[in-house]
Design a protein around this ligand. Structure first.
Ligand code: FES
Ligand code: FES
Length: 155
């Protein structure tokens, strides 16, 4: 069946089973491999992308749900890696192995849009579903606060 998807501001028509998880389409069909497979059961956050601006777990999102929506992955978050979060992630040198971080950044992007000046509690609440096995949580929090400053144009 032909499924039309809008991903990173481009239209795609894919001959594919509409019950296929979005994550499979991103990685295996479109080679958008920045979004990671961690658990496959919506438990880790490695696969978070945006669907009409909301954070969704692409491992459990069938592509039929994505039809008519705008999907943005880490590759589409900014034109050249200059989103405030991407700049802050580099500045703070957040990743250890790096595996969880596209999901972390995509979740944090929704947080910063909704709460431009998040407290520690806001960050913990918004990010609690994103697991980092390397334990980079302190640096993630620091980078989100730095990104908030970048976003306000204070730095
Ligand atoms: S891979 Fe989707 S939440 Fe873990
Ligand atoms: S940096 Fe390794 S899982 Fe987060």
């Amino acid at each position: 069946m032909l499924v039309k998807l809008n991903i990173n501001y481009k239209e795609y028509s894919l001959d594919i089973d509409p019950s296929t998880p979005l994550l499979w389409v991103l990685r295996d069909h479109l080679n958008l491999v920045g979004t990671k497979y961690g658990c496959g059961v919506a438990a880790c956050g490695a696969c978070v992308v945006h669907m009409d601006g909301e954070a969704v777990r692409s491992c459990v999102t069938k592509i039929q749900r994505a039809v008519g929506k705008k999907i943005v992955t880490i590759e589409g978050l900014s034109e050249d890696g200059n989103h405030p979060l991407q700049k802050a992630w580099k500045e703070v040198d957040v990743p250890q192995c790096g595996y969880c971080h596209s999901g972390q950044i995509m979740s944090a992007a929704v947080l910063l849009r909704e709460i431009p000046n998040p407290t520690d509690e806001d960050i913990d609440n918004a990010m609690s579903g994103n697991i980092c096995r390397c334990g980079t949580y302190i640096r993630i929090r620091k980078a989100i606060k730095l990104a908030a400053e970048f976003q306000k144009g204070k730095i």
